[in-house]
Write a protein that binds this ligand. Structure first.
Ligand SMILES: [Zn+2]
Length: 152
């Protein structure tokens, strides 16, 4: 199958939003709140409401059931084995063995980006468009998150 992410994007975005909102609801219900040091890290990278953040430690990032979303994640590597964190609104997946202040600070900067955007439904279309236009490494949201990484 010849998969073109750019042309598939209009179809992908609503599916990605629905998937992300469902995962975020699960993490919001069962995830861990930040401790005091982690709250300080979240504030340092610009999070306005760190008390809303929940973290789910997982063996690996979840893969969507939807075949088109699955294909897109394979093509982009977005949920692949090299990805050890994923932020959906105030909810964060962190892969077991990769839990560090540096990764948390990176993911918290994405939380800040979601706060500025207002919601998963308003942030994800822009994020995915950046992945299409710039690639993962050079997507402005990823460049910004890397620039705010901190160990303490
Ligand atoms: Zn990132």
């Amino acid at each position: 199958m010849n998969f073109n992410l750019r042309s598939a994007l209009p179809l992908l975005v609503p599916k990605a939003i629905a998937w992300a909102e469902a995962r975020a609801a699960e993490i919001a219900a069962r995830g861990l709140a930040l401790n005091d040091l982690e709250v300080a890290i979240a504030r340092r990278v610009g999070v306005a409401q760190p008390e809303r953040i929940r973290v789910s430690l997982v063996p690996r990032l979840p893969i969507p059931d939807d075949p088109l979303l699955q294909l897109a994640t394979l093509e982009t590597g977005l949920l692949g084995p090299n990805m050890v964190g994923l932020t959906l609104g105030h909810c964060i997946y962190i892969c077991l063995g990769h839990n560090s202040n540096r990764l948390l600070s990176h993911e918290c900067r994405h939380v800040h980006q979601y706060e500025i955007a207002g919601s998963i439904a308003t942030y994800l279309p822009n994020y995915l468009q950046q992945i299409v236009d710039f690639g993962y490494e050079d997507a402005p949201f990823e460049v910004d998150a890397r620039a705010h990484e901190t160990d303490v």
